[in-house]
Design a protein around this ligand. Structure first.
Ligand code: HAM
Length: 418
């Protein structure tokens, strides 16, 4: 075989996945830490579920939209499994299996990767991360207000520009009450996709009467301040509108800004009441950074019928637009000669124990190369450990930002560096 033929091809990442370098990971971890802190300040506690589940967990009620996008596979025993496309169904399965007797309401949050077989584009991936919450066990408007306020505060904290839109699936559903459920679900999905032509064609195809079609278009176009709710009167049961009014009252009172959008239909089928979506600037077409609402799922997983509200933030999209100053610990490089290598390792260990980030040479480089590498990696200090100095209990400390070098007693080193 020729040398050329023997060369092994590079292995690329699968389509729609990403690698994250340290800089980006630091930012992602910093955002995650803020999200955790805020969720915990509202009394939410973290749960984790498996990356794969029985396929049926997602096909029962998530809806055709998502089922088409599921990464499903058979394991070696022929079980039908799926990589999770979202975390609400797994969280509800966990609740039914493990927590149904715990005192309610339960407040859970999660951060995990999800998988959807979608056409990749900017902001849309086949593996992406969600940070979400589920408030389980209350059917009151205060629960919806809390969950919406939490999403709002988390995103406000990141200093990004966004618009929170609130709707109610009950309003469109009541207009479609005489349309069979499978067809009305499809109609909701077309509304969600903002596919006006497809929507009109489909409603014609399945024989939705003209006056109902007209109402669907009228109501789904209602978007603006809370005053648009009055325009929806007569289209729907009064109690849905009253519920939204009450929600608006609470949100106004606690200074959460929003618009009302009665065209929010959501891509997942399990929503039963208020729904909300958050859109950000600076992302292009995939600008929805959060989605959620009120839903019922537990009775489909063998539990009681328990009302819940939740949301998931598209972590990758948020990370893309968020600018964050990362606070890093000082980076110190210990520079050694062959005969001081051991001492340098000891100094490094001591400094690490004091909270510094410390690296030492593992390449057998000479002093000049060690120093230039220290600059290359953006170290704050180089600590030069020479034989004579060590014997005298001192080291050379070079501030790499100013270039100033000083002799410092080893036992005063940490005080000098802070
Ligand atoms: P979802 O709207 O399907 O809702 O997803 C939530 C968020 O995940 C979206 O707003 C978007 O930011 C992000 N996202 C979705 N697909 C992708 C993708 N392919 N690439 C990058 N980001 C993506 C849910 O998943 C529900 N479980 C939310 C929920 C929780 N409802 C109640 N509780």
């Amino acid at each position: 075989m020729s040398e050329r033929a023997e060369r092994i091809e590079r292995i690329e990442r699968p389509r729609g996945t990403r690698d994250f370098l340290p800089e980006e990971m630091e930012k992602r971890r910093a955002i995650e830490a803020r999200f955790r802190e805020i969720a915990e300040s509202y009394g939410y506690r973290e749960i984790a579920t498996p990356t794969f589940e029985h396929l049926e967990l997602f096909t029962i009620k998530s809806g055709e939209g998502i089922v088409e996008e599921i990464y499903a596979f058979k394991d070696k025993s022929g079980r039908d499994l799926a990589l999770r496309p979202e975390l609400t169904a797994p969280a509800m399965r966990l609740f039914v299996n493990e927590c149904s007797v715990m005192p309610r309401p339960l407040r859970f949050y999660y951060f995990g990767n999800c998988f959807r077989y979608e056409r990749p584009q900017k902001g849309r991936y086949r593996e992406f991360w969600q940070f979400g919450v589920e408030l389980i066990g209350s059917d009151r408007v205060e629960a919806d207000a809390e969950v919406i306020a939490l999403a709002y505060r988390m995103l406000k904290d990141l200093n990004i520009q966004f618009e929170l839109q609130i709707g109610h699936v009950g309003i469109l559903r009541s207009i479609l009450r005489d349309v069979p459920e499978d067809k009305s679900s499809r109609i909701m999905r077309l509304i969600d996709k903002k596919d006006q032509e497809g929507l009109a064609a489909y409603m014609d195809e399945v024989g939705v009467p003209d006056d109902v079609q007209e109402r669907v278009f009228q109501v789904s176009a209602l978007h603006g301040s809370r005053e648009v709710l009055t325009e929806a009167e007569g289209f729907t049961d009064q109690h849905n509108l009253e519920y939204l009014q009450e929600l608006c009252d609470i949100l106004d009172f606690i200074s959460v800004e929003y618009t009302i959008n009665l065209g929010i239909a959501r891509g997942l089928d399990y929503y039963t009441g208020i729904v909300f979506e958050i859109y950000a600037e600076g992302l292009g077409a995939q600008n929805q950074i959060c989605g959620g609402g009120r839903y019922r799922l537990t009775h489909l997983f063998g539990g009681d019928d328990v009302p819940s509200t939740g949301f998931a933030i598209g972590f990758d999209r948020v990370s893309e637009i968020c600018k964050m100053d990362i606070q890093r610990k000082k980076l110190v490089v210990v520079v050694s000669f062959p005969d001081t290598l051991r001492e340098s390792l000891k100094v490094a260990e001591k400094l690490r124990a004091k909270g510094f980030r410390v690296v030492s040479d593992v390449m057998g480089r000479n002093i000049r190369k060690q120093l230039s590498h220290a600059s290359d990696i953006g170290a704050d200090y180089a600590i030069i450990i020479g034989r004579k100095e060590v014997d005298e209990g001192v080291v050379g400390v070079k501030n790499l930002n100013t270039g100033v070098q000083k002799s410092v007693a080893i036992n005063e080193l940490t005080e000098y560096l802070v």
